[in-house]
Design a protein around this ligand. Sequence first.
Ligand SMILES: [Zn+2]
Length: 395
Amino acid sequence: MRAISTESCLNTKNDTFSPEDFLLDLETLVNIDSGRGAPEGGTLMGSILAEPLLKRGWLIERHNLSPNIGECVVLKNRLAERFDALLLGHMDTVFPAGEAAKRPFTRDEERAYGVGVYDMKQGCLALVHTLLALSPEANEALNIAVIFNTDEEISSIYSTPLIKSYAKRSDHAFVLEPSAQEGYHCIERKGILRATFQFAGKACHSGSMFTKDGRSAIAEMAYWIVALSELNNREVGTSVNPGIVKGGKAANIVADFAELTIDVRIKTLDEQDKVLAKLAELGEHARSVGIIVTEVDRRTRPPWVPDERTKRYAEHLRELSLGMGLPFELEPEARGGGSDGNTAANCGAITIDGLGPTGDHAHTVDEYMRIDGVEPSIRFLHAVLEDLAQLKVAQ
Ligand SMILES: [Zn+2]
């Protein structure tokens, strides 16, 4: 197994960059399964990513949060009460164990392909190469913490408390999710509420529904779907998707079981409250018609609404990027998908997301990373951290 060199592919002394070294490291990471059913792969990835920083004297915390996922790793350049920069990367992918053997890393002149190459093994690696290139002055001035987690693709159900505990003590959070094609970075993301409800009614012959006290679980589920769909609102950005429904045995049986999984996206806390109030109201309705509803799974990420400090800092970074000769103009954007950035921002850290290299088609077999996007990503994050150090020293 190839170890990541302790030298960054960004050489700040002569201002050169070696994409080939980055791609060799990336090949190692992409060929490790670290998604569903592969916790050991996540743990291995954490060790590989941590090693060069440990050789530079960084400290490590290992968190075994569940047997279902690989070890989550925290790296720090020193022990500290507060951190100037918290850097976040997730090592898991949406793909199951065995996928990397089916689709190993490949590349051509322009793109690299493979499992999680874009979302977000490239970002984790870019983060390490950025820190390896950090000047001794910046490393001295800044307290930096890195969290590599292994459950982001399952809504960080185990690692969210860990992320919160660091984000609350961090002034800035930088998330290495991929950047958009045009170089857009992200300071706003929708919140997510994903939940599965099981409806228990009372079965009987459909012909004797009234005499036998039949209560249809499917009819109640349908009532919920229609009522929840009324929350859809293009203007305020709220969407309710009844993504999965199950239930019923035969047309002439009143169904005693149904199951509904919804995925709700909201932009503001007000809208989140509206959805929760509607769910409470629907719970009342189910009780009134004798249907027992059990919520078997709920995953949430709060909406991330940028505050004034974040908007000002994003503008500062845009100005910083102007003189750098980057192949894109840095612009903030709002995204529909959630990330650990939602958590960090809601803990009060000024959060900038989408700082990883670019590419496309996350969560599909067509995903790819653009090779020419690696250097700008590392160079920019490097400049951001050097700038942060200078701002701190100047204070
Ligand atoms: Zn991701």
